[in-house]
Design a protein around this ligand. Structure first.
Ligand code: FES
Ligand code: FES
Length: 173
């Protein structure tokens, strides 16, 4: 896949690039990107402010809500707590990389089928987190799903739908 040099924030009014910014090479959803980033730029800000990948949400920005969950080499992380520069050479997957409008990911379909959201703000993080625990081969019981998804908060309280959606996909594995 050819590299796509990106030298400026994707959004007008985005984060200004300070003089100490340098090239950071990231592989996101199978595509390579080179961004000019200050070393302290979080992965969450790199995704949202520089690449316009706004499916990943900023909730608390302090590692407490899970809205910013993405997958790094298949494992879940809070992207607000991690610097973009730490993820060179790794496979980063965001909600945009899990399915398409034409072909939904099984978790996306299950969330629709089980009415597992209201406002939808937490949903990308919930789905990435659920995919992470499926990748880890965990969550074989309801209690395990509850425990392993406990870092993903839903202010709308759609927890029953979320649990049922994740359970359905886990059981089909
Ligand atoms: S925005 Fe990262 S955990 Fe809340
Ligand atoms: S659906 Fe609104 S925060 Fe979860």
């Amino acid at each position: 896949m050819p590299q796509q040099p990106t030298n400026a924030p994707a959004r007008a009014g985005g984060v200004a690039v300070p003089p100490s910014a340098g090239p950071v090479h990231l592989t996101i959803n199978g595509q390579q990107h080179t961004l000019q980033l200050a070393p302290w730029t979080t992965l969450l800000d790199a995704l949202r402010e520089y690449l316009n990948l706004t499916g990943t949400k900023k909730g608390c920005d302090h590692g407490q809500c899970g809205a910013c969950t993405v997958l790094i080499d298949g494992k879940r992380i809070n992207s607000c707590l991690s610097l973009a520069v730490m993820h060179e050479g790794e496979e980063i997957t965001t909600i945009e990389g899990l399915g398409t409008t034409e072909s939904l990911h099984p978790l996306q379909q299950a969330f629709i089928d089980h009415d597992a959201f209201q406002c939808g703000y937490c949903t990308p993080g919930q789905i990435c987190s659920a995919q992470g625990l499926i990748n880890e081969g965990k969550a074989r019981t309801e209690d395990e799903i509850r425990e392993l998804m406990s870092g993903n908060l839903c202010r709308c309280g759609a927890y029953i739908g979320i649990l049922n959606a994740v359970k359905e996909v886990v059981e089909k594995k």
